[in-house]
Design a protein around this ligand. Structure first.
Ligand SMILES: [Fe+2]
Ligand SMILES: [Fe+2]
Length: 187
């Protein structure tokens, strides 16, 4: 088995940390606290970056190989390509909505919070489906040659938050997730 599946699973753990953070900030929005908006924007920016540009294309390539082999189970239960397109579209819409929020309009904040909750729930369901359907099929059926072609077709860009070095533009997001979680953890 290629090392790619453990790396993709590690990405999912990281994505879950960002989704947890977004859910925490959603609770703040529901209380009418607009100070949550900048960190929400950073979380959404992260999803437009590494997951969309690197993680999803790898999964699309894996799905392409599996579908080419007419794997009925995977194709009927889960279409990774379609889900990625839908997630990217929703991400673009919700990011634009976040940028246009008026912090003084509590009804708008609450409406946006509801939409953000739907987005994080959808992302979590997507990740679960990949863990249940896509990854086990890939482990079973992809050959070393398949893995080589999957990885050759994809960008090698590093994760800007959880990679070897955190990009300066994501410093605040990194601190919000990791430093906060460490500070609140019982030792
Ligand atoms: Fe995915
Ligand atoms: Fe994924």
């Amino acid at each position: 088995m290629s090392l790619s599946i453990p790396l993709l699973r590690r990405d999912h753990v990281h994505f879950s940390l960002i989704l947890d953070m977004l859910d925490r900030q959603t609770e703040a929005l529901e209380r009418g606290d607009a100070r949550a908006v900048p960190i929400i924007l950073l979380g959404l920016k992260y999803f437009r970056d590494y997951p969309r540009k690197v993680h999803h294309p790898i999964e699309d390539a894996i799905y392409g190989v599996l579908r080419h082999r007419m794997l009925r189970g995977v194709d009927k239960l889960f279409n990774a390509l379609e889900e990625h397109v839908e997630l990217h579209q929703e991400l673009a819409v919700i990011s634009a909505a976040a940028r246009s929020l008026d912090g003084k309009d509590t009804a708008a904040l609450a409406g946006f919070a509801e939409r953000l909750r739907k987005f994080t729930a959808r992302e979590r369901r997507h990740i679960e489906k990949e863990e249940v359907y896509l990854y086990p099929a890939a482990v079973r059926l992809l050959t070393p040659e398949d893995w080589a072609s999957v990885m050759a077709s994809c960008s090698g860009d590093k994760d800007p938050v959880f990679g070897d070095a955190t990009a300066a533009s994501f410093d605040r997001l990194f601190a919000e997730i990791l430093v906060r979680d460490l500070a609140t953890r019982d030792v």
